[in-house]
Design a protein around this ligand. Sequence first.
Ligand SMILES: Nc1ncnc2c1ncn2[C@@H]1O[C@H](COP(=O)(O)OP(=O)(O)OP(=O)(O)O)[C@@H](O)[C@H]1O
Ligand SMILES: [Mg+2]
Length: 491
Amino acid sequence: MSELQDLTTLVRAATPLLVIETVDEQRVIECFRHVISQALHPLWRWTLTDGLNRLDFAQREGDVAPDATATLDAIRAQGERGIYLMFDFHGLLRYAMSLRQLREIVQRQRSAAHTIVLVGARVELPDELEALALRVPLSLPDLKELAGILRAEAVAWQREQNRKVEVDNDAARTIVRNLLGLSAPDARRIVRKLIYNDGALGPQDLPELMQSKFDLLNRSGLLHYEYATASFADIAGVSRVREWVQRRRAVFLAATPDPALDPPRGVLLLGVQGCGKSLAAKAIAGGFGVPLVRLDFGTLYNKYQGETEKNLREALASTELLSPCVLWIDEIEKGLAGGGDDGGVSRRVLGYLLTWMAERKAKVFVVATANAVHELPAELLRKGRFDEIFFVDLPAATVREQIFAMHLARRQLDPASFELPALAAASDGFSGAEIEQTIVSALYDAAGNGTPPDQPVLLHALRQTRPLSVLMREQVNALRAWAQGRCVAAD
Ligand SMILES: Nc1ncnc2c1ncn2[C@@H]1O[C@H](COP(=O)(O)OP(=O)(O)OP(=O)(O)O)[C@@H](O)[C@H]1O
Ligand SMILES: [Mg+2]
């Protein structure tokens, strides 16, 4: 752990105030035990329940009441310079008295050169203290340490159950790799659950592992996780997208990618409503064989006013820990359009997103989908942002035949008993979603009339439907015209 070196240096330099954001208190204590083995200072811990206790070799119960004023008085009265790990103390700094006392210690007014370490899951400080604090990130366990956790949990189970855990070595390695990014207690909890499920560690554990990891990482609630994605077999008419993904799959997943080939980073799917953009996004994840994580832009703005950017930052960082994965940003225009009345938030969100897309190192493939191109900021469309911009158009006649066949079969009807070319001809201008809806309503009609759901019923339903491309002809034509020459046709 290279942070030990850093912490030792900070303590040697008598840094007055450190902040460590973590729930892994044990890890903090272990780190500082190492630190004091090199920089010999008394090490103290404070909690609201136990008050001050000395942790180094001169173990001693504190004899001060745990309340903030008494504690800070006692620290100041300590003539010998010490390190004070204060767990969840920051909440007490609301009180003017405690805040003042701590500032005086930190500024060395009538106080020895102590190092105060504020530890908590989220440590928010009043401005006057934040200015004096140094925030140090606590690194997370590495592969070796995680493998150790897995072994220790397997041994513990074996001892308890008197039988060996069945371990599939390949899967165990994948599990360890996927625990990266989690704290030691979280990793331990997950591994224990996987073992207790069935006394084995194997490939069958991977979906649950990814789900548990996702739940831990998605604190902001902005991400939605889908382990079961779609496949290109579920969607007609995006042959170019399918080939594009197939050609890049190996490079995307490679542990050490070919330096001659830039790793794939993302695509924008632009197109007419209901023509399968969302479905294509899922199929891309399926095509790469990785989980799909959807970023919910709506929630980003609504739920956390004032914390928008922070939450976006956290959410994007989480996706990197879930890599390899596809990050799907659905209806991206809705999240980035923002008029002039949002205090510049949507501009900053766009800026952050673009920077992140350009700089991210992890295998996170971005799929953004949009229907309204004039609402998209020009920066997003500039060459180099996405590897490719695909246009998903209204399906051609042959594609419509396939869509009919697919959705009839999905409803236990035999496509061979329908005349598909006639259905395709009658559905000119229909989107895939509209074809699907027409089949659904034809089935209801047939059931209601007590007749079989056959060709005439379908044709009748098609004649009853006015597709969006007719109702909104101008918009659809404008979009198609815009896409000409700017985008690659998806099919
Ligand atoms: N090309 C297609 N092949 C098969 N099914 C399709 C196709 N296009 C649309 N569908 C059907 O219509 C449903 C809706 O499509 P989807 O949500 O993917 O469209 P979209 O382009 O994302 O629409 P929107 O712009 O409204 O978000 C799909 O779940 C699928 O059942
Ligand atoms: Mg959609």
